[in-house]
Design a protein around this ligand. Structure first.
Ligand code: IPE
Ligand code: IPE
Ligand code: MG
Length: 239
C-alpha cells in the first residue's frame, strides 16, 4: 500500500445489482447484465488512474450456475463477447487480464477466449485485472487443501511445515497481495463466498448503488473512504 496517498494496492469488487437495476427499468435481467459492462470499464479506468495494482472483479460465482438457463447462457455469451471486444483497449492501457476460478466447467469457447485474452495482455504492467469466474472461495480452499495433502502424501511437504504462507501459495490468488479493499454494490452486506481467506483484513465498503450505475466517481468515493480508515490488524491505535 502506498502510505502517503493511502491507495490500496488491491481492490476487489462484488459487482451486484444488475437484476434489480433491470427490474427498476422494466427490462429483463439480461439487459441489466449488458448494462453492467460500461461500469466495468469505468472501474478499470479509475483503478489505473489511481495507481491500484490489482483489481479483482467477481463476475460469476459457482452458485450462479443455479440461475435460469437463459440467464446463465446470456452471461456466458456476454462474457465471451466482452473479453474479445475489450482486450485490445485493455492491452493499450497496459492492463493484464487473468482469470481465477474453476475453468473446466466452461465451454471450450469461453476457455479459449479467456486464454487468448490472458496471452495477448500478458505484457501489461499498469494493472492486473483478475476476473473471478466460476469462483467459490470455499472450493478454492478445498482445492488448495487437496493440493497440499497430495504433496504431503508424496513426501514433498512436511505437514508441520504448513503455515499461512503455504496455504496462500496454493490459492488461485498466490501471485497477488491480499485485497486491501472489498467493494460491494447494491446494498447487500455480505461476501457471498468471495475471497474469504484473502479478505481476512480487507476494509469492506458497501454502497447502495446498483452495479449498472457504478461510475469512476463511485470508485473514487470508495478509495476516499478507505483512505480515512485506520487499519489496525489486531494491534492498537497509532495515535
Ligand atoms: C450481479 O447482479 C451479476 C451476477 C451475479 C452475475 P445480479 O444478477 O446478482 O443482480 P441482483 O442481485 O439480482 O439485483
Ligand atoms: C455475488 O452476487 C456473485 C457475483 C457478483 C458474481 P450474487 O447476487 O450471486 O450473491 P447473493 O445471492 O446476493 O449472495
Ligand atoms: Mg445479486
Amino acid at each position: 500500500m502506498n502510505e502517503e496517498k493511502r491507495i490500496p494496492r488491491h481492490v476487489a469488487i462484488i459487482m451486484d445489482g444488475n437484476g434489480r437495476w433491470a427490474q427498476q427499468h422494466g427490462k429483463e435481467r439480461c439487459y441489466g447484465h449488458m448494462q453492467g459492462v460500461e461500469p466495468v470499464r469505468s472501474a478499470i479506468r479509475a483503478a489505473v488512474r489511481n495507481g491500484v495494482e490489482v483489481l479483482t472483479l467477481y463476475a460469476f460465482s459457482t452458485e450462479n450456475w443455479g440461475r435460469p438457463r437463459e440467464e446463465v447462457e446470456a452471461l456466458m455469451e456476454l462474457l465471451c463477447r466482452s473479453v474479445v471486444n475489450e482486450t485490445p483497449e485493455l492491452r493499450r492501457q497496459g492492463v493484464r487480464i487473468r482469470a481465477i476460478g474453476e475453468r473446466s466447467a466452461f465451454s471450450s469457447e469461453v476457455r479459449d477466449r479467456l486464454r487468448e485474452a490472458e496471452e495477448l495482455t500478458a505484457g501489461g504492467g499498469r494493472l492486473t485485472l483478475v476476473l473471478a469466474l466460476n469462483y467459490s472461495s470455499r472450493s478454492e480452499i478445498v482445492r488448495a487443501a487437496r493440493h497440499l495433502a497430495r504433496r504431503a502424501a508424496a513426501g514433498e511437504l512436511d505437514p508441520e511445515g504448513i503455515d499461512e504462507r503455504t496455504v496462500a501459495e496454493a490459492l488461485y490468488t498466490a501471485p497477488w497481495p491480499d485485497p486491501d479493499l472489498v467493494i460491494r454494490t447494491s446494498g447487500e452486506c455480505r461476501l457471498s463466498n468471495f475471497l474469504l481467506w484473502q479478505a481476512a483484513y480487507a476494509e469492506l465498503y458497501f454502497t447502495p448503488v446498483l452495479w449498472p450505475d457504478f461510475t469512476e466517481a463511485e470508485f473514487d468515493r470508495a478509495l476516499e473512504a478507505y483512505a480515512g480508515r485506520e487499519r489496525r490488524f489486531g494491534l492498537i491505535s497509532k495515535c
